[in-house]
Design a protein around this ligand. Sequence first.
Ligand SMILES: C[S@@+](CC[C@H](N)C(=O)[O-])C[C@H]1O[C@@H](n2cnc3c(N)ncnc32)[C@H](O)[C@@H]1O
Length: 293
Amino acid sequence: MADDNQIANRIVNTHQFEAWNGYEGRHWAEHQSRYDALNDPANAPLLDAARLRDTDSVLDIGCGNGRLTRLAARTAHRAVGVDLSTPMLERARRTAAEEQLTNVTHIQADAQVHPFEPASFDVALSRFGIMFFADPVAAFTNIGRALRPSGRLAFVCPQSLDRMDQSTIFKAVDEHVPLPDFSERTETGPAAFADPERTTRVLTGAGFEQVTITPLKVSQRWGPDATDAADFLFGWGPMRHWLRDATPESVDRARQAAADAFRPYATDDGVRLTARYWLATATWPDPPPTERA
Ligand SMILES: C[S@@+](CC[C@H](N)C(=O)[O-])C[C@H]1O[C@@H](n2cnc3c(N)ncnc32)[C@H](O)[C@@H]1O
């Protein structure tokens, strides 16, 4: 594997490269099963929408610790995970080896610009890995070129925070340390594709056709109890970033407030919050855009 300096030379999303190779990526790698417990409810609808066949070559964009790549590989001919993060890719490679999957590979690269072999994949998938591109039209154009004519794209991304129980927790934290205004539109980050009209514009601008966007409502397991869920939330990269200038006392008060806010969501099966996602699908045209031009 190339070292970080060689890889950094081929990255355009440098801020994301730093974040996912810093404490944010390390937290995801160290808490692999926690993040999968949160995000696994998206797997079945996403894989159903991708309609995988045993002959398919699959690209998993922003594969992280690689859960979706490995699930895809159990049906498809081969699955390739692409990601920026060294610690998360280490996890992904190790887990694929532990699961004795021989048709999984991983690439450390920026999916926005990586020179994938043209028309080499049947399906591009992503579970929350496509919201961080500085130039999403360029990124999806690059991903489209990696697809065969009539190739499928399917991904899940979050709806806006105010539609989720998580907003209650953030409001409680915000009483003690100011958090960003989540109602403001952001071009990159978790809510980048919260607006389906923007998603459609980006995908059609990149050359995709037959865009569909459907809502998903899922129950996310945040942890065994409210205190544990709050501790986990306070280790999450964006939260650490927002709290970096706060005093230790106010962070303690905010963490306590978060635990109190999680408590009403406690069930016999741990703390469960309702989350809402968009499931997007699209098709790369046949003939592809460059050949039609
Ligand atoms: C929210 S995490 C999701 C990880 C994984 N798909 C999952 O569901 O567990 C986002 C992932 O996207 C990756 N990522 C962000 N920008 C990327 C880019 N330009 N190219 C490749 N990966 C990227 C990050 O490194 C991170 O692993």
